[in-house]
Design a protein around this ligand. Structure first.
Ligand SMILES: [Fe+2]
Ligand SMILES: [Fe+2]
Length: 258
């Protein structure tokens, strides 16, 4: 069952949390998102081949899949974009992805399907019209991918943060917004220390997003952060986290013994 994050009658945001069979395939739990505005629709981070059929069926009740305007991709990892070829073949959507990745996407698509259908996002980001609303591609480079964007929905005030804010939980828990932040840290910390590049970048990102009016931070894995107080708690924590190259030492770079 999708979770309705927002709905004012003309604009709705849905989150799908349980489409990956994380027990059978040992695949990481992942969230996919559908935004509908005045008869127009987009997916954010639709996932890989594991989720294509299930997402198509699950979104049907809310939006006709064939009418998709866009698929937004935060970066080019398999759990984000491996299904792109299917969305390109079976709908008329355009793919919105960092210009860093736009020339790599055709490598896993049927020859000719990407022609004229990829919208490369320049490094500073861009605004994309959806129905009568807008989605803003916010720069989040190196968090964790070299060309990485997050997507801010100006109507719902939800920031979809891709892997940033991700937590490693079972799919039945992913639908529940975080209630006890201190308790939740253990599901996030190791992932962020290994996947995020550096505290310097995190601080630039925190300074930027504090200028946005954010009601939810919703990551691509695990539980969302709902309400300005919880959003600020997350921003305070993430800006203080040494990670990635900050914590690497020569010990991490040794020839493995036989
Ligand atoms: Fe990723
Ligand atoms: Fe991911």
């Amino acid at each position: 069952m999708p979770i309705e994050l927002f709905n004012n009658g003309t604009h709705a945001c849905m989150m799908f949390t349980d489409l990956v069979d994380d027990e059978a395939d040992h695949a990481i739990q992942a969230n996919q998102f559908l935004i509908v505005d005045n008869g127009h629709g987009c997916l954010i981070d639709p996932g890989g081949n594991m989720t294509y059929n299930a997402l198509r069926m699950a979104m049907h009740a809310h939006f006709q899949p064939n009418s998709l305007d866009y698929v937004f991709a935060s970066h080019a990892d398999p759990d984000i974009v491996a299904s792109l070829n299917k969305w390109l073949i079976h709908t008329d959507c355009k793919i919105v992805v960092s210009k860093i990745w736009s020339r790599f996407v055709p490598h896993f698509c049927t020859v000719g399907t990407t022609e004229g259908r990829i919208i490369p996002i320049p490094d500073p980001g861009m605004h994309v019209k959806l129905g009568k609303s807008r989605i803003v591609a916010i720069p989040a480079h190196f968090l964790h991918s070299e060309g990485n964007f997050q997507f801010y929905d100006v109507t719902s005030k939800i920031l979809f943060t891709g892997d940033l804010g991700a937590s490693l939980v079972a799919h039945e828990d992913a639908a529940k917004p975080v209630e006890n932040f201190a308790e939740h840290v253990k599901y996030m910390k190791g992932f962020h220390q290994r996947y995020m590049s550096s505290q310097k970048i995190l601080r630039f990102w925190v300074n930027m997003v504090r200028q946005l009016d954010i009601e939810w931070i919703v990551p691509q894995h695990g539980r969302p952060f709902k309400g300005q107080e919880m959003v600020n708690t997350f921003l305070d924590w993430i800006g203080e986290l040494p990670c990635g190259v900050d914590i690497m030492t020569q010990n991490h770079y040794q020839i493995p013994s036989a």
